[in-house]
Design a protein around this ligand. Structure first.
Ligand code: GLA
Ligand code: ZN
Length: 671
């Protein structure tokens, strides 16, 4: 458990470095990330490589016992390069227009020229600094996964996409068959005729890809995700030839990566550890505590191991306007929220606010004046606490017995055709996450092909499509005694984004023991339900279920399908398969979660109250119960056992008292 800062020594006079490092050490900052946007310093003109400036920085860091995460600067190709190679490098947007110089992330992941330029630079950096004593880790590029930067519609991508499809399908006849191009006369005669699905194909809108073939769209999503991963892996492979230091990249929260981003499960396989960037209250809005908790949960799930926050908000932020300054206590709270949820290093963005450039309003720990302030003081308090906690605990991970399946194939398919107004895959997953979060029950995410045996309960909300391997994996999990919950829109599509012709829920009809012959996508209408989750409402979707071997646990109570099942359970092998044919309001969803925990014997250690996050965690040897008060007022949280509070050393029994934004870390006495 330790702290770090994103540091840009190249933005400041060298005479300031010494002061910065002293202040950092006093605050318990033990690692800095540097260099991730510095291509034009490394190579100011083509082939003119300059390293003296970075040598000086790294030697300085070593002298001052500061560990470094060194970034590769591929997110910011320099001006001379885009001028010289122009269209060879730029991405094209969804309308086919070239991007321009002026910000960052405007390069095409499939540009041979860009990749070659980048390989040369990365090799020079890795060979020079791969064994430097200050370099502890590597970060590749920056924030791979920004929605609008991962889909490129240029001619380079088009020809690579055609080759990708040729490799996948072998013959064009096969592609035509799988995509159903007979529909609207879209039959292709050869792979070099295949289009990239840009905006504007439909006759009533020109702004998006609506109207394009859904199979083609989904494969394009897969192709783009794979392109970014291969761009990243190419850099990792070069670094590994010269350095044994762990490699990562900083990922984005689910909302930003959602729909058009990267398959982070797949990307994580190429990394030694994963990290993400956590901004909570800024120009673009405020995140809820459960949403941030869910994002931490995703990160720990990509490799099922502790992760880092590579950029943690530390001041008021925005580009053209700012969000609020973090209220006293929030920096500490946000840091412990990360730690409770599996982060073992939290790096604050940024050390000091920059007086120039796009982010001149983006505050760091220090303001523009660089003077110690109350934010630094708060972080120094956390730094001291972490040093103390680190003597007791190794890296902590929440004890998760519940998994939610997250499928990027399903996510992209839902984004292509969303089934019904107001339905978002990501929001549905969050609805399930929240229900368990509110009971203090940690949830992990998993890909559908992963080994699931360690979970007591696996939820597969709207898991649209499964491969044969994934289907078998889920069947095996249940046969061996697992409990699986499926919902509306689970198992209804092929992996190529076509509708299955078996009765719904298609791939899962047998294990669910039901058939669905009609369903009601709800538009400006609400249906009522009643069952083991009490009385509730559905706003999105209602499957009208005909039970086969399944037993009914809930029914609709309104509309023409009143009295028919909405929730069923079916015994399968040693386990059971639940099927919920509709969405549920928040209260009914919480009751459903409680019901499922009761059935699976998952213990509820403490009932959370509104705005209080409870996370039972372990480092494998010792337990830590984190209680985090996200409220602006004090709370009392009832407890069932007697604990020692690990920061203050005080005994806590019956109830924990927390001030606004306060945190306690409890260890059970005599355990
Ligand atoms: C992102 C980037 C940083 C910086 C911050 C603030 O998270 O990774 O480089 O731009 O946003 O905008
Ligand atoms: Zn491209």
């Amino acid at each position: 458990m330790r702290l770090g800062a994103d540091y840009y020594p190249e933005h400041w006079e060298k005479s300031r470095w010494q002061i910065d490092l002293e202040l950092m050490h006093e605050a318990g900052i033990r690692v800095v990330r540097i260099g991730e946007f510095d291509w034009s310093l490394f190579e100011p003109r083509e082939g003119d490589y300059q390293f003296a400036w970075m040598d000086e920085i790294l030697d300085f860091m070593e002298k001052h016992s500061m560990k470094v995460v060194l970034g590769t600067p591929s997110a910011t190709p320099p001006k001379w390069m885009t001028d010289k190679y122009g269209d060879e490098i730029y991405q094209a947007d969804i309308h086919g227009n070239s991007k321009i110089f002026g910000t960052r992330k405007h390069y095409c992941f499939n540009s041979d020229v860009y990749r070659e330029q980048n390989r040369i630079l990365v090799e020079k950096i890795a060979s020079r600094y791969g064994k430097h004593p200050a370099v502890e880790d590597w970060q590749i590029d920056n924030e791979l996964g920004w929605a609008n930067t991962t889909r490129c519609y240029c001619s380079k991508c088009r020809s690579k996409f055609q080759k990708y499809l040729e490799k996948k399908f072998g013959t064009i006849d096969r592609l035509n068959e799988v995509y159903g191009t007979v529909f609207w006369s879209q039959t292709y005669n050869s792979f070099d005729e295949v289009i990239i699905p840009q905006a504007g194909a439909c006759y009533d809108t020109c702004h998006d890809t609506q109207g394009q073939n859904p199979g083609l769209l989904l494969d394009f999503d897969r192709f783009c995700s794979d392109s970014v991963i291969s761009f990243m892996k190419e850099q990792a492979d070069i670094i590994r030839r010269y350095s044994d230091r762990p490699i990562t990249t900083n990922m984005l929260d689910a909302a930003v990566n959602s729909g058009t981003g990267i398959d982070y499960f797949k990307m994580s396989k190429e990394l030694d550890f994963v990290t993400w960037d956590n901004y909570i209250e800024f120009q673009w809005g405020k995140a809820k505590d459960e949403t941030v908790s869910r994002d931490h949960a995703l990160l720990r799930s990509y490799k099922h191991q502790p992760f880092w926050v590579m950029e943690q908000q530390s001041g008021a932020c925005g580009w053209s306007k700012m969000g609020p300054t973090p209220t006293p206590g929030k920096l500490r709270l946000w840091t412990y929220q990360a730690v409770a949820n599996g982060a073992d290093t939290v790096v604050y963005f940024r050390w000091r606010a920059c007086p120039f450039g796009t982010e001149e309003y983006w505050h760091g720990i220090l303001g523009h004046d660089g003077k110690p302030n109350r934010r630094l003081q708060e972080i120094a308090q956390v730094g001291a606490e972490m040093e103390k906690l680190s003597k007791v605990y190794g890296p902590l991970m929440p004890k998760a017995k519940v998994a939610i399946l997250k499928s990027f194939d399903s996510e992209w398919s839902h984004a292509i055709h969303k089934h019904v107004e107001n339905f978002h895959y990501d929001t549905l997953l969050l609805d399930y996450y929240r229900a368990f979060y509110k009971m203090g029950i940690p949830v992990e995410f998993a890909a559908p092909q992963e080994d699931l045996q360690s979970y007591e309960l696996v939820l597969a909300p709207a898991l649209l499509m499964v491969s044969d391997e994934q289907k078998k994996n889920l069947e095996k999990y249940v046969k061996q005694g697992g409990r699986l919950l499926l919902t509306f829109r689970s198992g209804v599509k092929t992996m190529e984004n076509a509708m299955l012709t078996e009765s719904v829920p298609g791939s899962f009809a047998e294990i669910a023991g039901i058939e669905i012959h009609d369903y009601d996508p709800l538009l400006e209408k609400q249906t009522t339900v009643s069952g083991v989750f009490g009385a509730g409402t559905a706003d999105l979707w209602c499957d009208i279920i005909t039970p086969g071997t399944a037993e009914t646990l809930g029914v609709y109570t309104s509309d023409f399908y009143a009295g028919t099942p909405c929730f069923t359970v079916n015994a399968y092998g040693k386990g059971s398969v639940y099927y919920l044919g509709c969405d549920l309001d928040e209260t009914a969803m919480e009751r459903l979660a409680r019901y499922l925990c009761g059935k699976t014997g998952i213990p509820v250690e403490a009932y959370a109250i509104d705005g209080v996050e409870i996370v039972p965690a372990t480092d494998g040897k010792q337990e830590a119960l984190f209680i985090l008060n996200h409220n602006a007022y004090p709370v009392f949280v009832p407890l069932k056992k007697t604990y020692t509070e690990m920061i203050s050393g005080c005994e806590v029994s019956r109830a924990a008292e927390l001030k606004a934004y306060d945190v306690v870390i409890l260890k059970q006495q005599n355990a």
